[in-house]
Design a protein around this ligand. Structure first.
Ligand SMILES: Nc1nc2c(ncn2[C@@H]2O[C@H](COP(=O)(O)OP(=O)(O)O)[C@@H](O)[C@H]2O)c(=O)[nH]1
Ligand SMILES: [Mg+2]
Length: 1050
């Protein structure tokens, strides 16, 4: 990691200096490059790597050569006669060969050699005699060898100015090094030093020092002795803290301190007044280090990957700043004064939690490198910010002429288990009580407002919480019954306030996971950065002590769960880091290692995802708030609390933003007749209203997102199937959804009977049994309807004409029904059993299947579908199985929705509660969901098929679209952690209960060239055909949502 960072940051300036220095040493020298391949000496030729020990012959008459380059020749020895032939040699380059020892011939050249490059060889020791002979040496490069130590004789090279011993195995340096009083540059990075080498403190001329990637675990106080030091690299040195003496390195200009677990800087850090570039990335700073602020000469500042939450306004004092990297922190807002840094050329802010950019941001017009992805931006909207500073400037200009939001509004979601008290709480909160019982404890049954009449499913109401400010909450009461799980996620949107309701009377510590933990996981998976507050109801039924203990327990268990999750994710991120540290070739050679064969690109993507998950945790407000619907005092306290949370500019910036006038007009237009009555508007209808309001198409998107987040309507801009609709008529949409998800037989029957009454004559053709209602037929009809209801609740089956009866109030024309059914299909709630892609039904009844109602455990199975014949023996088919596992939470309703989503890809399907058998063309596929069994076995969803080896591509063809379909669905869950694996075919065939799992990233990688088989480490070293692990053509796996992009482009 340090290496990558440093690589990025080795600024042009540093390289230029080094190059200049090297050229100075070498100018005007006669040069010769020899390569073994052609044998013909030719300056600047590109030598080829040769596998065998090459023979190199020195040409004659080279006595006056001053620079000899024998690099890249695979040499183990220097050519014979080298020492004697080269009387004038000053520079000898032997890099990238296979020397295991210093060639003795070098000693012969020693007395006039000024520069020797032996980097990238296999040196394990340096012979003292040879070193001794190199008296005139100014520059020595021994990097990338295998040296465990350096000889003491090195200290006698009195002219040495530059020494590079990086990338070796040094555990210490010889004491004699302190004699190199001319040494200006020293590279000891990437060794195994365990402390800062004290010898170095006596090197008065040292200007540049690299000790990165050693486990120094601290610096000596008297490091201040290195007064000439200008450039200091200390990346990844496990420093932890800096001593005060560090602040006396007054000549320092460039300082790399990334990756050191630093939490703070010493106070006197500001003494480093010459500092121009400072890298503090990948540390543990939670606060912006104030000691930096007086460093007025700073030009480049890197604070990426820390835990900063804010930036002080005094940053504007860093007036020379050209480069400012603050990516991947937790910064919520920028100080207004940042716009005063008008010299900025690079501003990197991605991966933070910035919602609003300061006014006049357009002033930063010199910024050329601008990164702002992965921030929950609302002002200016995300799309505007992504386009760049000039667009931001234009947007802010329009805004300056608008008025503040007239009606601040916040979406409030009540979630929680069934009967936790959500609905009563909603009634109590929203219905203003005058002269209520102020006694506080008295339980007067008359107090709570009209008790809610049974569960009505999901409900939305508007609550004017603060009339003086005009602040309104749009309250979504999400029914707690399991049957609503499939549709609930549609209502979880960013920017809302989530209230998790817990019944304290029945709460026990053991039911934390089901009553609190799982809800938090779900919300976090869908809206990674959501604001949650926990409300405990039924306080009146608890003793004081009990109340306190239960609230405390909930609080404690939430903290534990959060800690556990974050630690789990950090661990996984470290595994990725370790894999990244090894290079691709090495990774591809070890099938047993994690991330076997995964490309760097995929690993970085994975890393970015973990980083995103770690940076976007839920914002859980503590403490747990106890209420009783019989206690007006507690209720008032809750109201006050909710209002004060909403007041927070940082938590709910949307409430405080200035809205462009056009957005307000757009909203009003949506709720005016005639469009107000319609169930939904197409995106084009909305766009037309937008034009009326003065909004062009590209700006409509942001306005609709705002209306979605503030709860006024539903608009799923990230869903390919639904983004063409704008659901502005929430009441009707929810009414319709509730019809199907109430799971109440008598209610359904009631609706059907209502629907059929007086309809017989008109509907004769679509519902023949009801042509002529007579008393007898009434009974018959009721029985028949009862059957339909039963079939629905048991198998999820309904014919179109019965759906029509259920939706009667919403369906005026046949066309309405068709549109509604299409909508239900698009939402992934049901599919049509007997209609196939565009083919008309020719008059027969269309049947719809709602997979969430399927009760039978296993689908009606055909034995051979798994590749076994009736006798139970497997035949010569190879199994392909892709397994998704979900260690923290399985998205509720995912299996049911996935069942619908795959329908267009399969035929002859048979659905079970947890399993679907179907065909893709003639190839069988099985989709199985396995619920979690304790912590050790998470929920899994797998997609499998089989075929004989020569035809295995048909199995890939069968499962690939299903895999991609699942990836699309999973994009709705940006905060979800899941892993994908390809199970080993050999293990599956053997019936192993615990088959080896190859990383799912391989699915999106091309098959490696020249590899026919891969080793499965599970069973000795069994070989698996590469065609069973890699698909013929890579799939498009991209679990990236709008706010989660990879860092790859950087
Ligand atoms: N004693 C008491 N009963 C409550 C309280 N809040 C809700 N209830 C009762 O708990 C039951 C379930 O409440 P309800 O609001 O329907 O729960 P929901 O399923 O979460 O909407 C109802 O009988 C309510 O009257 C409370 O604070 N104290
Ligand atoms: Mg309820």
């Amino acid at each position: 990691m340090a290496g990558k960072d440093s690589g990025n940051l080795k600024t042009v300036r540093l390289w230029r200096d080094a190059a200049l220095r090297a050229r100075k040493l070498r100018s005007n020298l006669r040069q010769l490059t020899l390569s073994a391949a052609g044998g013909c000496p030719e300056a600047g030729a590109d030598p080829l790597e040769s596998p065998d020990t090459p023979q190199l012959v020195l040409p004659a008459n080279i006595g006056d050569i001053e620079v000899l380059n024998l690099g890249n020749n695979g040499l183990e020895e220097v050519p014979d006669g080298l020492g004697s032939a080269l009387g004038s040699l000053r520079v000898l380059i032997l890099r990238r060969n296979r020397f295991a020892r210093l060639p003795p011939a070098v000693a012969e050249l020693g007395h006039h050699l000024t520069e020797l490059d032996l980097s990238h060889n296999r040196l394990t020791a340096l012979a003292a005699e040879v070193v001794n002979a190199l008296r005139e040496l100014r520059k020595l490069n021994l990097s990338h060898n295998q040296l465990p130590c350096l000889p003491a004789q090195l200290g006698s090279l009195a002219h040495l100015e530059e020494l590079d011993v990086s990338f070796n195995r040094l555990t210490h340096l010889p004491d004699s090094l302190s004699c190199l009083y001319r040494l200006r540059t020293l590279d000891v990075d990437h060794n195994q030093l365990t402390a800062f080498p004290r010898q170095l403190l006596q090197l008065p001329a040292l200007e540049e020092l690299d000790v990165s990637s050693n486990r120094l675990r601290g610096l000596p106080e008297d490091i201040s002795a290195l007064r000439a030091l200008k450039i200091l690299w200390l990346s990844g040195a496990e420093l932890g803290t800096l001593p005060n003496g560090f602040c006396e390195l007054a000549s320092l200009e460039s300082l790399m301190l990334d990756n050191n677990g630093l939490q703070a800087l010493p106070e006197q850090f500001s003494h480093l007044q010459r500092l121009k570039m400072l890298n503090l990335s990948s540390n543990l700073f939670e606060e912006f280090p104030a000691a930096l602020l007086p460093l007025a000469g700073l030009e480049e500042l890197y604070l990426s990957r820390n835990q900063l939450t804010s930036v002080p306004s005094l940053i504007s004092g860093l007036g020379r700043l050209l480069t400012l990297w603050l990516d991947n922190n937790r910064i919520r807002y920028l100080p207004d004064s940042i716009v005063e840094l008008t010299g900025l050329e690079e501003l990197v802010l991605q991966g933070n939690q910035i919602a609003v950019l300061p006014d006049n941001f357009g002033q930063l017009s010199r910024v050329g490198l601008w990164k702002i992805k992965d921030n929950p931006l609302i002002q200016p909207p995300y799309e505007v910010c992504m386009k760049g500073i000039p667009y931001i400037a234009a947007y802010q200009k329009e805004l300056a002429h608008s008025q503040p939001a007239v009606q601040p509004r916040l979406k409030l979601l009540l979630m929680g288990h069934k009967a936790s008290g959500k609905t009563l709480l909603r009634h109590c909160l929203t219905e203003e009580r005058v002269g209520g019982n102020q006694g506080g404890g008295d339980k007067e049954k008359s107090y709570p407002p009209s008790p809610p009449p049974g569960s009505k499913g999901i409900e939305v109401t508007s609550w004017t919480a603060d009339a003086s400010r005009g602040l309104r909450f749009i309250v979504y009461d999400l029914a707690g019954d399991e049957s609503y799980e499939v549709i609930q996620p549609f209502f979880l949107s960013p920017g809302a306030l989530y209230v998790l309701v817990v019944n304290l009377a029945t709460y026990e510590p053991c039911c934390f996971p089901t009553t609190v933990g799982s809800f938090l996981h779900r919300v976090g998976a869908r809206v990674p950065h959501a604001v949650v507050c926990i409300v405990g109801t039924h306080a009146d039924l608890c003793a004081e002590r009990e109340l306190e203990e239960k609230c405390l327990d909930i609080h404690r268990q939430i903290a534990l769960q959060e800690k556990h999750d974050a630690e789990g994710l950090s661990h996984l991120a470290r595994v990725v880091d370790e894999a990244l540290a090894r290079d691709f070739e090495l990774r591809s050679a070890s099938p047993h290692a994690a991330y076997y064969g995964v490309s760097d690109k995929n690993l970085r993507r994975r890393k970015a995802h973990f980083q995103y998950l770690l940076n976007h945790r839920l914002q859980i407000l503590s403490p747990v708030l106890p209420v009783s619907c019989w206690d007006p005092r507690l209720l008032q306290r809750l109201r006050d609390k909710l209002l004060s949370v909403a007041e927070h500019r940082e938590i709910f910036p949307n409430l405080h933003r200035v809205l462009p006038r056009s957005w307000q007009v757009l909203e009003e237009l949506h709720f005016q007749p005639p469009q107000a009555q319609r169930l939904w508007l197409s995106w084009w209808d909305s766009a037309r209203l937008g034009l009326q309001a003065g909004l062009t198409e590209d700006r409509l998107q942001s306005a609709l997102s705002y209306l979605h987040e503030s709860g006024k309507l539903l608009y799923f801009e990230d869903s390919p199937a639904l983004k063409e609709h704008v659901f502005h008529n929430l009441t009707r949409l929810i009414d319709i959804l509730n019809v199907f998800f109430q799971r109440d037989a008598s209610l359904l029957l009631h609706k059907l009977l209502l629907g059929t009454s007086g309809e017989g004559e008109v509907e004769g053709e679509s519902f023949p049994a009801m042509a002529l209602p007579t008393p007898n037929q009434d009974v018959l009809r009721a029985t028949q309807l009862h059957h339909y209801v039963e079939g629905f609740l048991l198998h999820g089956l309904l014919p179109a004409h019965v759906i029509r009866l259920l939706l009667k109030p919403h369906v005026q024309a046949q066309q309405d029904l068709q549109l509604l059914l299409e909508l239900l299909e698009k939402m992934g709630l049901c599919y049509c059993l007997n209609k196939h892609k565009g083919k008309p039904l020719n008059g027969s009844t269309a049947w719809y299947k709602f997979p969430c109602y399927v009760q039978n455990e296993v689908p009606h199975a055909e034995a051979w579908i798994n590749g076994t014949n009736l006798a139970g023996q497997s035949f010569v088919a190879e199994q392909l199985q892709i397994e998704y596992s979900f260690p923290f939470t399985f998205p509720p309703g995912l299996f049911a929705r996935y069942s619908v989503q795959i329908n267009s890809h399969v035929v002859h399907r048979s659905d079970g509660k947890f399993q679907i058998f179907a065909y893709r063309g003639k190839v069988p596929v099985v989709v199985s969901y396995r619920p979690a069994k304790g912590v050790l076995q998470p929920d899994t969803l797998s997609i499998a098929s089989h075929a004989s080896l020569p035809n295995i591509w048909t199995a890939w063809q069968a499962i690939t679209p299903l895999v991609e379909e699942l990836n699309v669905l999973l994009q709705e869950w940006p905060g979800l952690h899941y892993t994908v694996h390809i199970l080993c075919s050999k293990c599956l065939k053997r019936g192993s209960p615990n088959p080896h799992a190859f990383p799912g990233e391989l699915l999106s990688q091309p098959r490696p060239e020249g590899v026919a088989e891969i080793i499965c480490p599970k069973n000795g070293s069994e070989r698996v055909n590469v065609a069973l692990v890699y698909p013929p053509t890579p799939t498009v796996i991209s679990p990236c949502s709008k706010y989660l992009h990879t860092f790859l482009e950087n």
